[in-house]
Design a binder for this molecule. Structure first.
Ligand SMILES: Nc1nc2c(c(=O)[nH]1)N[C@H]1C(S)=C(S)[C@@H](COP(=O)(O)OP(=O)(O)OC[C@H]3O[C@@H](n4cnc5c(=O)[nH]c(N)nc54)[C@H](O)[C@@H]3O)O[C@H]1N2
Ligand SMILES: Nc1nc2c(c(=O)[nH]1)N[C@H]1C(S)=C(S)[C@@H](COP(=O)(O)OP(=O)(O)OC[C@H]3O[C@@H](n4cnc5c(=O)[nH]c(N)nc54)[C@H](O)[C@@H]3O)O[C@H]1N2
Ligand SMILES: [Mo]
Length: 636
């Protein structure tokens, strides 16, 4: 049976076995894959529903009404590609190649389908995205301390005693990782603002106030150092700036840490003592670092595993294979103008983007401050092309919409940002639409481009990437996955050591040590917009429907506002306002409200991103700050 790889933007990158019988797709987890372990998450198990969805796009569309109106006419592929090619050529002639932007993200993580279209845009020397939506602040922070954001192979957890899920709802977002830790009998702790499903299944839960992680981690470090619990030989031989760091935390009062974080002094001390004794490993989440203090928090947390003698005692990112061949940046003849992903609206407002080609992403659901982005699109003359499987909100605001196929319909391979396996994906059927690479080739042909790289076949690209990385094609074909061996590596910092005193951070004008800033907002309640169990950002909202659009609020905040469970409420701030149902819950602490991630606006009429902050954290790569959002709520 053919192997599939779940291409979703998810830690687990599952290897699956798929088949189509009597026209219906069935999938199951590959039993041999050590992380997938023969089972799928609830979203994976429903993939056939997504694949067979009635509302999949079947023909290219040309917009006939206002942006967002949903008025389109159908056309054929030649017609649509012809229009796009003509417009692209005209735009480049009139405004230069840098007025063209390709906006893509991880809607499909296949090496070919993620990267191949970029070959065309590199060849045309267009502007490119500087990614900042997801994990950027943490990337920068870990580089400040270790010179890399690539941590431990999670399979090494077999030999560990304690895993801490710090700001990650692993039971929802990394189910196979969470199950692996359980299976190997690790002790599990969670640090989160919300009593999540992960927290409920952990041995210990540290419920922290938002944005105070920097202080908590520094407080823990202080106890470990001052009680002499750290690995002295390791620190002496491998840490840069330990004495200065020790002096830095000396002045920190644990009472202050307790007051700010909401954790008792005893909780901070027992965390420190048990963490040191059990030499804990920390899985640092992506969600919580999307805030104004996220980078500083990750820097502080990153210090803890090193104190107890781990060379790379964190899990954050994993880059096992070199995928640059698929992307083909070598086709450029001049350096790329980089546009920060979070500043899309600002660049459109300034008239710097005249042609926008979007694939693998749904920015009209996923970017913050939707009112601003939508207004910018409506008021500008930017020509927008969207290539997607569905008529998303982004598609509704586009001039041309192209139907995409799914990963069940084409070959590819995928790596994971969590584990060390590459998975094979073989096509099982063809229903509708074209792959990202097919569209690239059609467009190149219509533009009269002759460069052979842009016409390379998917299978050739896949085999070349496998070869470049020294992996076995035979093993991949036989098992459906192959493990990428880990090479010995050093810390890629200026000193070559783990930098508690970060020279790289100083180079960006930051304090050498992580700094705490009291979180402040204009409105009284902190809005958290985290992941939902049944979606991947906006994906599956239309197909799985089991979404939860309610506002979760602590009973004390609700009663202050006269709100009862089930009441309709307005949630508002300077960015916008939305209406939904309030649910009273002790899982969210006082002062905090929660709305799940980035659902389809065309279904709900709103989503959390009509409220989220579009500020960026400049010193951490213009990273997003979704979690630094404040709102108020009233009953209506
Ligand atoms: N089911 C599902 N899985 C997914 C996704 C999805 O949408 N749904 N999305 C995928 C993507 S794109 C990503 S990036 C990952 C994200 O994976 P996670 O990092 O697990 O995602 P989030 O739910 O955004 O954030 C994790 C937690 O951070 C907590 N948090 C918020 N503020 C703070 C804080 O100040 N301190 C602390 N300690 N915690 C805080 C939130 O309460 C939340 O429980 O998941 C991937 N997997
Ligand atoms: N409120 C709030 N907003 C958030 C976040 C949050 O925590 N809260 N998290 C942020 C994070 S971490 C991330 S990573 C971003 C993600 O934001 P996006 O990149 O916009 O992610 P998705 O919503 O998954 O959209 C992916 C789109 O790609 C399409 N697609 C899937 N496969 C293919 C394919 O093979 N070809 C083509 N052409 N299209 C395909 C899907 O149908 C879908 O419409 O969202 C961010 N937005
Ligand atoms: Mo993400």
């Amino acid at each position: 049976m053919p192997f599939s790889a779940c291409m979703r933007d998810c830690y687990d990158t599952c290897s699956m076995v798929a088949k189509v019988k009597n026209g219906r797709l069935t999938v199951r987890g590959n039993p041999k894959h050590p992380i997938t372990a023969g089972f799928l998450c609830p979203k994976g198990a429903l993939l056939p529903r997504w694949f067979h969805a009635e509302d999949r796009l079947k023909a290219p569309l040309i917009r006939t009404g206002e942006r967002g109106s949903g008025e389109f006419r159908k056309t054929d592929w030649d017609g649509a590609i012809g229009i796009i090619a003509r417009k692209l050529r005209e735009t480049i002639e009139e405004h230069g190649s840098e007025s063209v932007l390709v906006y893509q993200y991880a809607g499909d993580r296949g090496v070919v389908n993620y990267a191949f279209p970029l070959r065309l845009f590199h060849y045309l020397n267009t502007a490119m995205l500087d990614y900042g939506i997801c994990d950027r602040a943490g990337q920068e922070a870990l580089r400040d301390v270790y010179g890399t954001a690539i941590g431990m192979d999670p399979e090494e957890l077999k030999n560990q005693r304690l895993i801490i899920y710090w700001g990650i709802n692993a039971f929802w977002t990394n189910l196979h990782g969470f199950t692996f830790a359980k299976k190997h009998d690790l002790e599990i702790w969670t640090v989160d603002v919300v009593r999540t499903e992960t927290a409920k299944r952990s041995h210990r839960f540290f419920q922290i106030k938002p944005d105070t992680d920097v202080l908590f981690a520094l407080g823990v470090a202080k106890v470990i150092i001052e009680e002499g619990l750290y690995d002295k030989a390791f620190v002496r031989g491998n840490v840069y700036g330990f004495e200065e760091f020790k002096n830095y935390v000396k002045t920190l009062s644990l009472y202050y840490v307790s007051e700010e974080t909401g954790l008792s002094v005893e909780e901070i001390e027992t965390f420190a003592r048990d963490f040191a004794e059990k030499r804990g490993v920390i899985h640092i989440g992506y969600g919580f670092q999307r805030s104004l203090s996220g980078g500083e928090a990750v820097r502080a947390i990153a210090i803890l595993p090193a104190l107890v003698g781990h060379r790379f005692g964190f899990i954050y990112d994993m880059k096992t294979i070199d995928k640059s061949y698929a992307e083909g940046a070598f086709l450029r003849t001049k350096p790329a103008k980089k546009i920060p992903q979070m500043k899309l609206a600002e660049y459109i407002e300034r008239g710097e983007i005249k042609f926008l080609y979007i694939y693998n992403s749904n920015p009209l659901a996923s970017l913050p401050n939707q009112n601003r982005l939508r207004k910018a699109l409506v008021e500008s003359d930017v020509f927008v092309v969207t290539h997607d499987i569905f008529l998303t909100d982004t598609a509704l605001y586009s001039d041309v919409v192209l139907p995409a196929n799914t990963f069940f319909e084409r070959p590819d391979i995928a790596d994971s940002y969590y584990h060390r396996y590459v998975a094979l994906n073989e096509p099982v059927a063809r229903l509708y639409g074209k792959s990202n690479s097919e569209v690239t080739r059609l467009l190149a042909k219509a533009l009269g481009i002759n460069n052979p790289y842009i016409y390379e076949g998917d299978e050739d690209v896949i085999k070349k990437v496998i070869e470049i990385n020294g992996l076995s094609w035979e093993e991949l074909k036989r098992e459906g996955f192959v493990k990428v061996p880990e090479k010995p590596r050093a810390w890629e910092t200026p000193s070559g050591e783990i930098e508690f005193f970060s020279q790289r951070a100083v180079g960006r004008g930051l304090n050498p040590f992580p700094e705490y800033r009291k979180p402040e907002g204009k409105s009284p309640l902190r809005l958290l917009p985290p992941t939902h169990r049944m979606t991947i950002t906006s994906q599956y909202h239309n197909t799985y429907v089991m979404i939860d659009p309610n506002l979760y609020i602590n009973p004390s905040d609700a009663s202050e506002r006269g709100i009862k469970d089930g009441d309709t409420v307005e949630v508002f701030n300077d960015y916008g306002s939305i209406r939904t149902i309030a649910r009273l819950s002790d899982d969210v602490p006082p002062g905090v409200v929660l709305l799940y991630k980035a659902f389809w606006v065309k279904i709900l009429g709103w989503n959390a991103n009509f409220l989220t902050a579009d500020e960026t954290v400049e010193k951490y790569g213009n990273a997003s700050a979704y979690h630094s959002t404040w709102v108020d709520v009233k009953r209506i």
